[in-house]
Design a protein around this ligand. Structure first.
Ligand SMILES: Nc1ncnc2c1ncn2[C@@H]1O[C@H](COP(=O)(O)OP(=O)(O)OP(=O)(O)O)[C@@H](O)[C@H]1O
Ligand SMILES: [Mg+2]
Length: 434
């Protein structure tokens, strides 16, 4: 159901604001400075911005604007910036508005828009730029922006977001990259759109493991700052022959500091709209970037091997994740090299950790051999016991088993995705231990 469309006209010159508002066929509310818009709408952070675009934050505008409908009654919002608005501040406001809600229409009316302004406006998410002599066309421009916003809203409401799986271990060398790269390839087999993000920003080796030479990395994504949007992000992914799209770690460890938790949150948020699955590889530390990824993940695969330091670190990681409020059902324990006879018995692990084990991956020299060959084992040997154990883990823990994606696949006469890679492993080491 679509609600009313609302138009705001922002101009410091009251008579110009009135002229522009009069050119809006369904009327418009007038605001007379960017500061007023910012102050009255709480345009200081994402929450305030969301409030503005849903118009719930506009109640502060007071009786002049009348009562403001709650967000769910509002279809789309168009903000028209008049010619008296300062260009730089206006474009900065546009960037923030567009970032907070790409459904909002942003229209500029300028006296003499030059090429520099047009380019900056495009980057800021502005949908149309009119000259002040063209304001008779404002009604059509607003209608176009309303329709674009409504279309985006429809797409959003019918597009399921990606399942995000973060693969983590507080100890290095236990198999995080092995698990994440192979899982990404396995998830891709059923035709799903899969992205693999390397959050090991200082020493990430996802790209080298997949024999990729990416032109861009997370550092380039971070450098985009507020201009980061779906098209720029997608252009920074490196395609693997399997279909997996990789967002690589920077090759220069010094670039790591530029990648913030906010970069991670925004990156995953945008990718979640474009993909069915996102797999995130991590460094062996619970830094702010990893926490940001965990925060938006549907599953955290906690990898450990059967040695006392790895299990001790796994226990600490489990306690930490519970302390920060990650529900148990989002935590999956993956024991890698689970058949290695190193003194710790696999069957003792669940009791020691107080949790079941979701997957046991056997040890095989074929794994390092596959890394050295640059072809993950799931691609070179899908029937290998390591590949099968990972496929079973994906099948049982990472693939949506209820809800829209499976239901719509069934309605379309296709088998649910999970059945396409279901295997029965006879390998004792891959039995799930409870
Ligand atoms: N199941 C396995 N059997 C045999 N070797 C394995 C297995 N899993 C991983 N390895 C090997 O162990 C080594 C470390 O694996 P990997 O790089 O995946 O660990 P990591 O946790 O990502 O390490 P880091 O913390 O350094 O990023 C690699 O040489 C890899 O080939
Ligand atoms: Mg690694």
């Amino acid at each position: 159901m679509s609600g009313p469309h609302r138009t705001l006209v922002v101009d410091t010159d009251q008579s110009m604001a009135a002229t522009i508002a009069a050119a809006c066929p369904r009327g418009a509310e007038q605001v007379h400075s960017l500061a007023e818009l910012t102050g009255l709408t709480g345009l200081t952070g994402l929450t305030g911005l969301t409030g503005l675009t849903g118009l719930t934050g506009l109640t502060g505008l007071g009786p002049r604007l009348g009562s403001v409908p709650p967000a769910h009654e509002t279809d789309t919002v168009t903000v028209v910036f008049g010619p008296s608005c300062d260009s730089e501040a206006m474009l900065e406001t546009c960037v923030r508005l567009h970032r907070a809600d790409p459904r909002s229409g942003l229209i500029l009316v300028r006296r003499r828009p030059d090429a520099t302004l047009l380019t900056a406006a495009l980057r800021a998410g502005v949908s149309e730029v009119l000259t002040d002599r063209e304001i008779s066309g404002l009604g059509e421009a607003i209608e176009r922006s309303r329709l674009a916003g409504a279309r985006l809203r429809l797409v959003e409401s019918t597009t399921p977001r990606a399942e995000i799986t973060t693969v983590f271990s507080a100890k290095g060398g236990v198999g995080k990259t092995t698990v994440s790269t192979n899982l990404a390839l396995i998830l891709c087999r059923g035709g799903a759109r899969v992205a693999l993000v390397d959050l090991d920003v200082a020493f990430g080796d996802v790209a080298v493991t997949l024999t990729l030479f990416p032109a861009h990395s997370l550092a380039d994504v971070a450098a985009l700052g507020p201009a980061l949007d779906p098209s720029s992000l997608v252009s920074m992914l490196a395609p693997h022959s399997s279909g997996v799209q990789v967002l690589a770690a920077p090759t220069d460890p010094g670039a790591a500091d530029t990648i913030t938790a906010d970069t991670v949150t925004r990156t995953l948020d945008i990718l979640a709209e474009q993909f069915d699955h996102i797999v995130v590889d991590t460094p062996p530390s619970l830094d702010e970037r990893v926490l940001a990824a965990i925060d938006v993940s549907s599953r955290v695969a906690l990898v450990a091997t059967l040695d006392v330091p790895a299990l001790k670190n796994l226990r600490i990681a489990l306690e930490t994740l519970s302390l920060i409020g990650l529900p148990f059902e989002r935590q999956c324990i993956v024991i890698n090299r689970g058949d290695a006879e190193v003194g710790v018995l696999l069957r003792d692990v669940p009791a020691a950790l107080g949790r079941p084990i979701a997957a046991v991956i056997p040890s095989s020299r074929d794994v390092p051999a596959s890394v050295n060959a640059g072809i993950p084992i799931a691609a070179s040997s899908p029937e290998h016991s390591v590949s099968r154990a990972l496929a079973e883990f994906a099948d049982h823990h990472l693939v949506r088993v209820s809800g829209r994606s499976v239901a719509s696949a069934q309605a379309a006469g296709q088998p649910p995705r999970r059945s396409r890679w279901r295997r029965t492993s006879t390998d004792a080491a891959s039995e799930v231990v409870r």
